[in-house]
Each structure stands twice: as structure tokens, then as C-alpha cells.
Ligand binder design. Structure first.
Ligand code: NAP
Length: 315
């Protein structure tokens, strides 16, 4: 830990997506000296969403634009921002809590974890091998590479269907491969995909292998009803099968569900005193920008109350 700058904050927020920005706004307005950290650039998952149509007040807005507005709003209250910092060590059991990064040791009277989730992997042969060579988890980043090509999107949720529709701007054909015969996506999103002539649904089917030479050439799928195995000729595969929580560095220090999401009470309090969780990382029934933002607000208000009740909480 030698030669690292040490900074003390009332609250350190880990993750700058909707939950983190909202927590930063409420914490700063609550007079807490607030730091906002992210391993990546700020904005979180919504920065990759094409259009958001269900955030009240905006009938439609691009994901990155909404996140820019969140960030500007947090800036107005003087939040100290630390993008692109990787946590090397974290101790949430201490008082103050310690978050060590490459250059700085953050000491925090309270911590709000809002580090979100990352794309789940299919875990099939070829997926890792062809990542960046035909396997992509970001249509908005890579879609333009597939002009007049054929791609497969895996999944039946909002992400899969929205990204499939987006990919039709470039690709000549988009397969949507879904493991059930019923889609999970919202009806309005389903309708858009079902009405798109470039999209073909392949239901009750799971991908079992991605094949190719230098780049992806085939997706092998298994029909779970008939057990028939089919090879689809595709140039790209976009798995959109949900997200898993970014909780690696907290493992063992706070209570998590069996699939890794953080358990909280209604005040966003985790099993560790002075530590709160907000947004997609939390065990929650709905993962949306609005619910993440609401979680962040509650978590920050809980942190404000905690610090008021424990003014001598820093030894
Ligand atoms: P999701 O809703 O969890 O859907 C994941 C899909 O992948 C499901 O259809 C699931 O099948 C399938 N799946 C899961 N594991 C699989 C596997 N191993 N192999 C094959 N298929 C698998 O995830 P999401 O679509 O990424 O959405 C996440 C959250 O973000 C949701 O709450 C969604 O509403 C929200 N979202 C919002 C917007 C927006 O507001 N614009 C855009 C995107 C996402 P089953 O259906 O059989 O479980």
C-alpha cells in the first residue's frame, strides 16, 4: 500500500450506471463527500442501449444520451469522479471501509455497490475462440461489420430482440435462436421483431457449437423437442442471454444469492453495516434504468442516515 494517495470520503460509489449516478446525486445533495468509481468509462449498460422508450419524461432517448444527462446532473453537485479504475483490494468489514486501486486508497465511511452486471456467456465450444472474430456481445459496437451478411442472435428477451432489429439495418438476414417456444421480450418489442422481414425465428432450439476457420462460419443448434441438429450458415453470433452480476471482488464479504446477486433489505442495506447495493447487481425483480435509479436514491439516503447516526464511525 506504500506511496499511494489516501482519500477519505463519506461515501464511495462503485459503478457509474443509472444506480451509481442517482446515488451520487442524492448523496451529494445530502451533503456527503462523494466519490464515484468505475472500472470502465461512465454510463454502464444503458450506454449500449439503442433507444430507451420507458424512462418517464423521455418518450424515446438514446441510452448514451440519457447517461450523459445523468452524469451532467451528478457533476452539478460536485461528485468526484474516478473512471477507469480497477479495484485491487477491498475490505468492507473495516471502519472506514478500504477500497484500494492502482494509485489511490479510498477510505469510506459508507459504500454503495452499483457495479451492475455483464453479458452472460453461452459456454459452448467456439464462443471464446471466435470472440472478436464473429462472436460479439454488442450489436451497437459491431453491427456495421455485418453489412449484407447473415448473423444469429441468441435469446428471447428485450435485448436479443431489440439488437436483432438493429442488426437488420446492416445484415441481410438475422436468425433469432431462442430456447423456448415463447418469447420473454415485451409485446411491443416482439411485434417489431416479428414484423421485420429480415428476421427469422428459430424457437425451442439451443446453440451447441460455433464453428469456423478464421472467423465464424456456422452456428450449430439443437432442437430440444425433435433433438434434430442443424448447422446455420452465419457470419456472426450475438449472444444476448442476460447478465450476471459484477460481484467478484466482494465475494465472501456480503450476502449474495446462489447466482451472485447481492441481498438487500428495502433500504438497500446489505448484510454489512454501512454497505448498500443498488441496481442490477441487487437481487431484484426488475432490472431497468428507472428501478436502478430508484435503488440508487434509496441507497444514498440510507447512507446519509447511517453517517448522521454514526458521526464517530471513522476511527
Ligand atoms: P433477459 O430478460 O434475462 O433475457 C435473457 C434471454 O436469454 C431469455 O429469453 C432466456 O431464455 C435466454 N437465455 C438465458 N440463458 C440462456 C442460455 N444459457 N442459452 C440460451 N438462452 C438463454 O435478459 P435481457 O434481454 O438482456 O434483459 C435484461 C434486463 O434488461 C431485462 O429486465 C430487460 O427488460 C432489460 N432491458 C431493457 C431494455 C430497454 O428498456 N430498452 C433493453 C434491453 C434490456 P428464457 O426466456 O427461456 O429464460
Amino acid at each position: 500500500m506504500e506511496n499511494k494517495e489516501e482519500l477519505l470520503f463519506d461515501t464511495v460509489i462503485l459503478g457509474a450506471g443509472p444506480a451509481g449516478f442517482s446515488a451520487a446525486i442524492y448523496a451529494s445533495r445530502g451533503n456527503l463527500k462523494t466519490a464515484l468509481l468505475d472500472i470502465n468509462m461512465f454510463g454502464g449498460q444503458p450506454s449500449n442501449y439503442l433507444e430507451i422508450e420507458n424512462y418517464p419524461g423521455f418518450s424515446t432517448i438514446k441510452g448514451f444520451e440519457l447517461m450523459e444527462k445523468f452524469e451532467e446532473h451528478a457533476d452539478n453537485f460536485g461528485v468526484q469522479k474516478f473512471p477507469m479504475v480497477e479495484i485491487q483490494n477491498i475490505d468492507l468489514t473495516k471502519n472506514p471501509k478500504i477500497i484500494e486501486t492502482q494509485d489511490i486508497i479510498f477510505k469510506a465511511k459508507s459504500v454503495i455497490i452499483s457495479s451492475g452486471a455483464q453479458a452472460k456467456k453461452l459456454g459452448i465450444p467456439g464462443e471464446a475462440e471466435f470472440k472478436g472474430r464473429g462472436v460479439s456481445y454488442c450489436a451497437i459496437c459491431d453491427g456495421a461489420f455485418y453489412k449484407d451478411k447473415t448473423v444469429a442472435v441468441i435469446g428471447g428477451g428485450n435485448s436479443a430482440l431489440e439488437e436483432a432489429v438493429y442488426l437488420t439495418k446492416f445484415a441481410k438476414k438475422v436468425f433469432i435462436v431462442h430456447r423456448r417456444d415463447e418469447l420473454r421480450a415485451d409485446k411491443i418489442v416482439q411485434e417489431r421483431a416479428l414484423n421485420n422481414s429480415k428476421i427469422e425465428f428459430i424457437l425451442s432450439s439451443v446453440p451447441i457449437e460455433i464453428r469456423g476457420s478464421n472467423t465464424v462460419e456456422k452456428l450449430v443448434i439443437n432442437n430440444i423437442n425433435t433433438k434434430e441438429i442443424t448447422e446455420l450458415d452465419v457470419d456472426g453470433v450475438f449472444p444476448y442471454i442476460g447478465f450476471s452480476p459484477n460481484t467478484n471482488c466482494f465475494n465472501g464479504q456480503i450476502k449474495q444469492t446462489s447466482d451472485g446477486f447481492i441481498e438487500t433489505d428495502i433500504n438497500m442495506q446489505t448484510s454489512q453495516e454501512g454497505v448498500y447495493a443498488a441496481g442490477d447487481i441487487r437481487n431484484t425483480p426488475l432490472r431497468q434504468v428507472i428501478t436502478a435509479a430508484a435503488d440508487g436514491a434509496i441507497a444514498a439516503c440510507s447512507a446519509v442516515k447511517y453517517i448522521q447516526k454514526n458521526p464517530l464511525s471513522v476511527v
